[in-house]
Design a protein around this ligand. Structure first.
Ligand code: TXA
Ligand code: MG
Length: 372
């Protein structure tokens, strides 16, 4: 309990995050190759093209934030509804100030503690900016979501390209991509010689869940989307209560939260309870099913399945919160590849990062949770 609490409050430092992302990127590029790829990708952005780039959370599909036709294309490539705004990706606080109008002092505490890192700040927008910037070119927005990613490839690219508007690089409704191979599953044309979308590789995402999104337009920070920067960690540095998004809200807080999300093709159900009961329940469901069944378990529960039903494919989500966050989207995509007809997934304890993991799992399961 105390360890869980400390982990929720302290989490990983910016340095730890950065080092992990550097290790992941080193498996792909030397420093010289990374610089060359970043310069090339930035040229494509300046020409109005789109670029897939890695971050520590998930891969993004980016366009020049001020080029209306390039931004419109991001929406059409993804199949993204126009009322769902995009995050503006930056590399320094001067850019934050070009975008945000009169941010509150607590915003700077958050920036000092957690940027670069998996935290998006939704601020009032500078009046001098075009009305649509931060959203779809046909709409106007009064706020902008801003984030500084902790990934060397993203940093190298954004330093050359300037402010880049980017959603996660998945087709709308699919699990977010935590590896370039996931992006290519959703956008196979990127691999063709004639593709005008450039892709940067950064290895596997080291966090694996999208950034925490916080509204900073009020007196207190308000969570719009949970992530690995938890409510506890936000209150710790702002010394303010953090307003939370109630679970299963009828009115979505961030526009993006109202859409079907993260969904694998098979119908998914979450099973919540102690390991033995969960294992027994899932076994029974699998045995009674005419489908091939995907089973997603925590490491501790895997041992309760010495003889899995013959129609079952078991994947292990992880042995701790960070591993579970990192693996979730990849597991959902793996079940799609395996062609399972139903998925039973063990629910995760909702404390610390577990809040964000369960938020994504609930959405993938479209709210189906069975307590055993
Ligand atoms: O980790 C991440 O945040 C990744 C990487 C690529 O940076 N990006 C990402 O983008 O997850 P996307 O578009 O898939 O999710 C952005 C979320 C959506 O729920 C959107 O509604 C919300 O942020 N958002 C963006 N701008 C906003 C704004 N001005 N007001 C309210 N919500 C906003
Ligand atoms: Mg997304």
């Amino acid at each position: 309990m105390i360890i869980d609490f400390l982990d929720a409050v302290l989490g990983e430092s910016t340095y730890e995050l950065w080092d992990k992302a550097v290790a992941s990127a080193k498996g792909v590029y030397s420093n010289a190759q990374m610089k060359k790829a970043a310069v090339h990708a930035a040229e494509r952005i300046r020409e109005g093209g789109l670029v897939v780039f890695p971050t520590e959370t998930v891969y993004g599909l980016g366009a020049d934030a001020f080029n209306a036709s390039a931004v419109a294309r991001v929406y059409s490539e993804k199949g993204r509804p126009g009322d769902n705004p995009l995050i503006l990706h930056i590399t320094n606080t001067e850019q934050f100030e070009e975008l945000a109008n009169n941010p509150p002092p607590y915003a700077y505490e958050l920036i000092k503690a957690y940027w670069p890192g998996p935290l998006t700040l939704v601020a009032n927008k500078k009046f001098t900016l075009p009305a649509w910037v931060g959203g779809h070119p046909d709409k106007s927005t009064s706020t902008v979501g801003i984030r500084m990613p902790a990934h060397p490839v993203a940093m190298a690219f954004l330093k050359e390209a300037g402010i880049v508007a980017a959603p996660s690089a998945n087709k709308s409704g699919k699990p977010s991509p935590t590896a370039l191979s996931h992006v290519l599953e959703d956008f196979p044309k990127i691999e063709s010689e004639s593709s005008d979308i450039t892709a940067l590789d950064g290895g596997s995402a080291t966090i694996g869940l999208e950034s925490t999104v916080i509204d900073i337009t009020g007196d207190h920070p308000k969570i719009l989307r949970h992530g690995t920067i938890t409510a506890e960690r936000i209150s710790l540095v702002t010394k303010l209560p953090t307003h939370d998004t109630p679970k299963n809200v009828a009115v979505p807080q961030a526009p993006g939260m109202k859409y079907k999300h993260y969904a694998p093709r098979a119908e998914m159900t979450l099973i919540s309870g102690n390991a033995i009961d969960v294992a027994a329940y899932i076994s029974k469901c699998a045995e009674e099913s005419d489908h091939r069944v995907g089973i997603l378990l925590q490491e501790k529960t895997r041992g309760c399945f010495p003889y899995p039903p013959s129609n079952a494919e078991i994947l292990v989500l992880g042995g701790d919160d960070k591993a579970m966050a990192r693996n979730l989207f990849a597991c959902l995509r793996k079940f799609d590849q395996m062609g399972v007809g139903k998925i039973y997934a063990e629910a995760v304890n909702e404390s610390g990062i577990g809040v964000a993991i369960m938020d994504r799992m609930r959405k993938a399961a479209e709210g189906r949770v069975i307590d055993v």
